[in-house]
Unconditional design. Sequence first.
Length: 319
Amino acid sequence: MVKDKAGNKSNIASVNVKIDTSAPTVSWQVASSVSGTNSWYKSLSLRFNGTDSSSGISSAKYCITTGSSCTPNTGATISNNQFTVNLGSNANAQKVCATYTDKVGNVSNVACSTAYKVDSNLPSISFSVASSTAGNNGWYKALSMKGNLSDSHSGIASAKYCVTTGSSCTPNTNASVSNNSFTVQFGTNSAAQKICGNVTDKAGQTSSTVCSGNYSVDTANPSASISASQSGNSVSVNAYGSSDSGSGIATYYYRNGNGQWFSSSASGFTFSNLADGTYTFSLYVVDKAGRTSSTVSINVTVVNLSLIHISEPTRPISI
């Protein structure tokens, strides 16, 4: 009430004043998660809740850190005084820190969650040639494949592989992993081979199966086998028992004594016009990959009966 100099008095007036001197409080909890292995999560979301008993919640901010704390600077989208943050993949444990502001402008203390390890990304695998010895006709005499493994967050835990002559296979052999890689040596096969593999990270995430290209590999030498038969002044040398488990025999090499080697794609060769006597015939074979067998030999004695002349005995003459 007020009074003027003439003594007139005004009506009594009043006003209500709202006072909020208390800052909001902040709490948090795990909203959703998918557990992995080795204390890692494949995915994780945190829910923050703000409480203010006076003026009410106005806004919230948050930050994500791998340290002990951080200064919230990202505006949160609030619904019913709550907001949710999805933690992405990181090689280190992460936490979320947040503040709430009420309608008067009071700001809460910074509240931080527990630190969580999250890896939501799959690891990856690729193949390259580790070492090789080139042969002939597109074949390799030796070849090793290297599996290259990568995971930028939880790290590599294990890998599996399989070798196939088909289009793909299911990896079921544990690889010996060192420095995020492993090596597999191809064995001999008559068909082209490939390696397929997958990799699992420490969070338990497994990659899709990846396969290399096709490679023809023959690591074994062929085997030569020799036999012979005589007909008159000719000897037929046979290599019928020769074999090769990989690329297959490409060329046969035949020789009489220390003479010239004769090459042939046939598993038999005839030496003709031989005089009587004992001969040593030799054979070796080369497969399609360029691998060579050891040399095998056989002795054959030639007796040309058609050249033997039988004379009648001399008869006495009667007088």
